[in-house]
Design a protein around this ligand. Structure first.
Ligand SMILES: Nc1ncnc2c1ncn2[C@@H]1O[C@H](COP(=O)(O)OP(=O)(O)OP(=O)(O)O)[C@@H](O)[C@H]1O
Length: 262
């Protein structure tokens, strides 16, 4: 189906600002995120990724600006937006005294899904994320990677149009990362959109088709990966060029460091 550029945007961000006291965390972002793709939001520590994702998903009120998801305004029409999105926030808080299976059952009912459908989807998600063996364990006893996976399952249960993930692979071992990856690839193949934040460039380069680079609260570059990479050999090189790096070696800093040479 031919779609014009405006209908192809999954998320439309206009003039988004957020300050915390003197600190400007997000300094006027305008961005259209295309639908049906794997999108990476990358930037160094403190760039404003988490603050941006929190405002985009309705968890934090912007000082100014607006966000539209699937044609609905996040702050004017929150119920419509929340029905269409799934979110795995950073430092996810969950009902930890529930088992993994109970958590999914509860989430599914909150989302208004019929009990038998919740049960079917939960079984499939637990299975594909290698959590079937731990489904009756309390979430409080889960490892970091298991928590990310059960959080992802909860975010996917209602089959959202857009899934937002803040650092989904942080603290996750390669085996769990692979099962998360498999689920996300399957999900985007069906036409859904994944937006995830990360500072691991290799990961973004291998997963994403489109990327937005943030630094100091602004978008420095955005577009298809190949376009943003340009002539640089890797996305990492392009990223370092875009955000700027201090050359430690040239400064002669840390000349005392080198535990071997006493
Ligand atoms: N609640 C808050 N109160 C005060 N300052 C905040 C708050 N949240 C974020 N900031 C500041 O806003 C800036 C952007 O932070 P943010 O967490 O959005 O960055 P990030 O790109 O997600 O970083 P990281 O990759 O380290 O998670 C930082 O300077 C941070 O100190």
């Amino acid at each position: 189906m031919e779609r014009d550029a405006s209908s192809a945007a999954a998320v439309r961000i206009e003039g988004l600002w957020k300050r915390f006291g003197e600190q400007v965390a997000v300094a006027g972002i305008d961005l259209e995120i295309p639908a049906g793709q794997f999108i990476g939001l990358v930037g160094p520590n403190g760039a404003g990724k988490t603050t941006t994702l929190s405002m985009v998903t309705g968890l934090l009120r912007p000082d100014s600006g607006r966000v539209e998801i699937g044609g609905h305004d996040v702050w004017q029409d929150p119920a419509a937006v929340k029905a269409r999105i799934g979110v795995l926030p950073e430092g996810l808080r969950m009902f930890e005294r529930l088992s993994g299976r109970e958590l999914l059952g509860y989430t599914g009912r909150l989302r208004g899904l019929p009990a038998d459908e919740v049960d079917k989807r939960a079984t499939q998600l637990l299975d594909v994320l290698d959590l079937a063996g731990a489904q009756h364990k309390l979430v409080i006893d889960y490892s970091t990677g298991m928590r990310k996976k059960i959080g992802l399952a909860a975010a996917l249960l209602h089959n959202p149009e857009v899934l937002f993930l803040d650092e989904p692979f942080e603290g996750v071992d390669p085996v769990s990362a692979q099962s998360i990856r498999k689920v996300l690839e399957r999900y985007t193949a069906s036409g859904a959109t994944v937006v995830f934040s990360s500072h691991v460039m290799e990961l973004v380069e291998s997963l994403c088709s489109w990327v937005a680079v943030m630094a100091a609260g602004r978008i420095r570059a955005h577009g298809p990966i190949a376009e943003v990479r340009g002539d640089a050999p890797t996305l990492q090189d392009a990223f370092l060029g875009l955000v700027g790096v201090r050359d430690l070696a040239a400064g002669g800093d840390l000349d005392w460091l080198g535990g071997g040479a006493r």
